[in-house]
Design a protein. Structure first.
Length: 255
């Protein structure tokens, strides 16, 4: 649990008889709304308590201080925002390019969502002060996604387990190129239209797979592979013909 790393959560104390109280999840939602709109420094415990309709002693009993409350609220938001690997696996269909396009569109849409952009901006703003926030995001979201992508590349590009393809490096490169580009641009305030995002996602996936110069890169490699396959077929045919001649010669010598 993140609480072990960025602040322990105290069990809720008793509420006063007859006093309505929000659930812990509702409290964290109210707190996060204020942190997102006002920033950590400008958000006070008093403002959070007023928004939640909760006594300060109740909030302090649960979290101890504003920093622990902030980390708990951010943890909950990150856990709800991250795309489960099962959802990515369910989107697989067709060849590798189709799979990567479907996966890329899911991840880009997630990071470009209002919740995704708010979390990205908030974590970027506060990660210098609280580096454990970035570490938690990587551990909970980035690492499982890279592991999934590595498995996807392994299944499509290295089913024999030769190790010739660095599948984990490929996973990191895919996230940086396809997902990181639009996410970072939007977090910096660069306006992006949906059509532009979709076009760039398709282009980035194809660029990732085929390179910038497909006529000299992917197509050239494909042509070389076809030439090698043809040469192999011709060699096997010649070998079969030689075996047939040897068999005929042996048969003629025995008669």
């Amino acid at each position: 649990m993140l609480a072990e790393n960025i602040g322990e959560t105290v069990e809720p104390g008793r509420r006063r008889p007859g006093r309505p109280s929000l659930s812990n999840a509702e409290l964290l939602d109210k707190a996060l709304d204020l942190f997102l709109t006002q920033g950590f420094d400008r958000t006070s415990i008093e403002a959070i308590c007023a928004a939640a309709g909760m006594a300060k002693r109740t909030v302090y009993a649960r979290y101890g201080d504003k920093t622990s409350l902030f980390k708990a609220a951010l943890q909950r938001a990150i856990e709800e925002w991250i795309v489960p690997v099962e959802q990515l696996r369910a989107a697989e269909a067709g060849d590798l390019e189709e799979c990567l396009l479907a996966v890329g569109q899911i991840l880009v849409a997630n990071i470009m969502s209002p919740a995704g952009l708010r979390l990205l901006r908030l974590s970027n703003a506060e990660s210098g002060r609280m580096p454990e926030i970035g570490a938690f995001t990587v551990r909970q979201g980035t690492e499982p996604t890279i592991a999934y992508l590595a498995d996807l590349f392994r299944r499509h590009l290295d089913p024999g387990g030769t190790g010739l393809v660095d599948v984990e490096a490929a996973g990191r490169a895919f996230l940086n190129l396809v997902v990181g580009g639009p996410g970072n641009a939007a977090a910096l305030g660069v306006p992006l239209q949906e059509a532009e995002i979709n076009r760039d996602t398709v282009y980035s996936v194809r660029l990732f797979l085929h390179g910038l110069l497909p006529d000299r890169g992917a197509n050239a490699d494909g042509g070389e592979n076809r030439r090698l396959a043809q040469l192999l077929d011709e060699s096997l045919a010649a070998l079969d013909a030689a075996r047939e001649r040897i068999a005929l010669a042996k048969a003629a010598g025995q008669t």
